[in-house]
Design a protein around this ligand. Structure first.
Ligand code: M6R
Length: 368
């Protein structure tokens, strides 16, 4: 049932092109983005003036990625919050607030309680969920299902990429409802998304060097992950994967914060992962990250850089260089996350841990 793979997680990493393609399927009809269920009128959707995204763990990271797209495409303010924090701080919610709840299982207690709190305050709730008939979509006003298929590995992989994909569709649906994007622009964004499975396949097919790096670094005490813009949530996701699977101390943070404290952690031999912005976004952020890499190397750390295959500026500055295909900035997390998944799985295997069932963790967390 593992389809020839040693662990479900490896099978699920390989299934990511299909997870993304299947999540897009049927959601662009007659020139419009369509959700799976919509029990909220088009007018109410148009009147939304603020978006909150609530989720836990990896789903939360997918929401952080979505924030960049939603604000850019809709010009609506969008906040992303850990579901277990959301309802305890009395967030400002009303009938023109859209709360997007993201959950693979649809049964996560923290996320479900955040949904209930939002509804008690008259906010509209849209669920992004991978499990048909689960509780969160049942209580929501609108639903968009991810089609990753069942995910057995406790560490989320294909459900995560499917969540990012579905979140983009939510952003486009809102932009379409509000008229902040013309129909041909929405169509063009959708076509970009449709190209991603092929690029994802390329990354999936080229993970052997990442596994080699993982075996080399498997004894590290600590690993840092840096990124900017959508590379920041990608850094958090890379660190989470490593913590949960390899029980290794790992931290992700925005590279711009380095000089505000974390640079003190940089020491000889410390592995530091960095995601470079794609060539499309090259400019200020690219050159700032280049400076960060130089600062890190000057202090003896080892840099493992994920960048576009054509990024010749960065290649010579990297101790290890992991090329990924070119993409737009917003879509890059669909590619840049994959090496982190493979890295964490391989470090865990090298340390002799159960890749599919890490200690102390449950696939679905149904208690608050
Ligand atoms: O089922 P959910 O998407 O609501 O689960 C949320 C988190 O518990 C989940 O993403 C968790 O962080 C994963 N183990 C991460 O790999």
């Amino acid at each position: 049932e593992k389809g020839g793979y040693d662990y479900f997680m490896l099978k699920e990493i390989a299934e990511q092109p299909a997870a993304v393609a299947d999540t897009l399927l049927g959601h662009f009809q007659d020139g419009r983005i369509v959700l799976d269920e919509q029990r909220i009128s088009d007018q109410d959707l148009r009147d939304i003036d603020k978006v909150f995204i609530v989720a836990c763990g990896s789903a939360y990271h997918s929401g952080m990625v979505a924030k960049y797209a939603i604000e850019h495409w809709t010009r609506l303010p969008c906040e992303v919050e850990i579901a277990s924090e959301f309802r305890y701080r009395d967030p400002v919610l009303d009938r023109s607030t859209l709360v997007v709840a993201i959950s693979q299982s649809g049964e996560t207690a923290d996320t479900l309680e955040a949904v209930r709190h939002a509804k008690s305050q008259k906010a509209r709730v849209l669920a992004v969920c991978n499990t048909n008939g689960s509780q969160i979509p049942r209580e929501a006003d609108a639903v968009l299902y991810t089609h990753a298929g069942p995910e057995i590995g406790v560490a989320s992989t294909k459900a995560y990429l499917a969540q990012i994909t579905a979140n983009y569709l939510v952003g486009l649906a809102l932009a379409q409802a509000r008229g902040t994007k013309y129909p041909d622009e929405v169509a063009a964004e959708f076509r970009q998304l449709e190209k991603m499975p092929e690029a994802i396949q390329k990354v999936v097919d080229s993970l052997d060097p990442v596994r080699e790096i993982a075996r080399e670094l498997a004894d590290s005490k600590s690993v840092l992950f840096l990124g900017r813009h959508v590379g920041y949530p990608t850094a958090l996701e890379g660190a989470l994967k490593l913590k949960e699977l390899a029980y290794m101390h790992a931290e992700g943070f925005p590279a711009g914060e380095l000089k505000h404290g974390p640079i003190a952690l940089i020491e000889d031999g410390l592995p530091v992962f960095i995601v470079m912005p794609p060539v499309e976004g090259r400019g200020v952020l690219h050159s700032k990250l280049v400076s960060n890499i130089q600062e890190i190397r000057a202090r003896g750390a080892r840099t493992i850089v994920i960048a576009e295959e054509g990024d010749e500026v960065v290649r010579p500055l990297s101790d290890y260089f992991i090329p990924i295909p070119a993409s737009t900035t917003l879509l890059q997390p669909l590619l840049a996350t994959i090496p982190y998944q493979a890295f964490a799985a391989e470090v865990a295997a090298a340390r002799g841990y159960d890749v599919d069932k890490p200690r102390n963790l449950a696939k679905s967390v149904t208690v608050e």
